[in-house]
Design a protein around this ligand. Structure first.
Ligand code: ZN
Ligand code: ZN
Length: 292
């Protein structure tokens, strides 16, 4: 089966949420595509946090292995994560925005490490780079390193440690605002890059009233250009997935789903192999692919 024909298969299998070592994943883009293929997935999106650098390599690997690679991104906003699918990863506005973000992230990472050292954790960039396989240091993979170095027992504990560091005080004002975006701005940016903006894991924060607030937010964001909801995510219960499925149908939003694969200590490695495959998500992929 040729990679271009994957979508003609009735039962193609998708995984629309994957990270590589260009954000906080542990593997190269080619390796991520290979592992996905081994698990039987043949429509695979690369959605690194605030980076599109892994996409060319992933697309090459996809052609070689006969699977469809969907260029994607996951932009962090003040409130949430915004996925973008079928983005033009060479779009100058997107590229420029990501460049500013990278500069900020590098500065933040330096302050974060200094802050952790002040709190008594004997860290250096070299030590961190030894335990994680990352192209850049950022708050996500620094927290992963904290787990791997035994300073935190799990992801939650590591993030709590990182949050305690007053790194913001040390970061210059200009840097702080560089690359900050609201949900609406992220939606706009993804659309400028010809992509489809999708609200990531809307139920991952288990706040009260989420069954009321999520539909309302989805409705408001749709007016700003949102095109879909991530229905299937490892953090969602069955009930939540069913609920999000109905919300997206009612609001005429697309449905997506994936493993949020990092291949790190954060992943439940067995679970990612069994992403329930839904007809609605297949339809989304076909529609968005045709609209490019
Ligand atoms: Zn996310
Ligand atoms: Zn993610």
């Amino acid at each position: 089966m040729k990679w271009k024909k994957v979508l003609l298969m009735d039962e193609f299998r998708y995984n629309l949420h994957n990270h590589t070592y260009y954000s906080d994943g542990e593997l190269s883009p080619a390796k991520v595509i290979e592992l996905n293929k081994k698990q039987g997935y043949n429509a695979i999106a690369i959605t690194d946090h605030d980076s599109v650098e892994g996409i060319p390599e992933a697309i090459e690997a996809g052609k070689r292995l006969g699977v469809l690679v969907i260029p994607g991104i996951e932009i962090s906003t003040a409130k949430s994560h915004m996925l973008g699918f079928f983005v033009d990863y060479k779009n100058p506005e997107l590229v420029n925005f990501l460049k500013q973000r990278k500069m900020r992230e590098t500065e933040v990472a330096n302050h974060l490490i200094q802050g952790l050292v002040k709190q008594g954790y004997p860290l250096t960039q070299e030590k961190i780079s030894k335990v994680i396989n990352a192209r850049y240091l950022n708050p996500w993979n620094i927290s992963l390193a904290l787990v791997k170095l035994g300073f935190a027992k799990n992801e939650g504990a590591a993030i709590a440690l990182v949050r305690k560091v007053p790194w913001l005080e040390n970061v210059s004002k200009g840097t702080r605002s560089a690359g900050n975006v609201s949900e609406r701005e992220a939606i706009k940016l993804i659309r400028i890059a010809k992509g489809a903006p999708v609200l990531a894991h809307p139920f991952s924060a288990k706040q009260k009233l989420r069954y009321l607030t999520v539909p309302y937010r989805a409705f408001m964001l749709k007016r700003a250009g949102l095109m879909g909801l991530e229905v299937q995510h490892p953090s969602h219960s069955r009930l939540e997935r069913g609920f999000l499925h109905s919300v997206s149908t009612i609001l005429s939003l697309h449905k997506t789903g994936g493993a949020d694969f990092h291949y790190s200590v954060y992943d439940q490695l067995e679970e990612w192999k069994r992403i329930p495959q839904s007809r609605g998500v297949r339809k989304t992929i076909r529609t968005l692919h045709a609209r490019r």
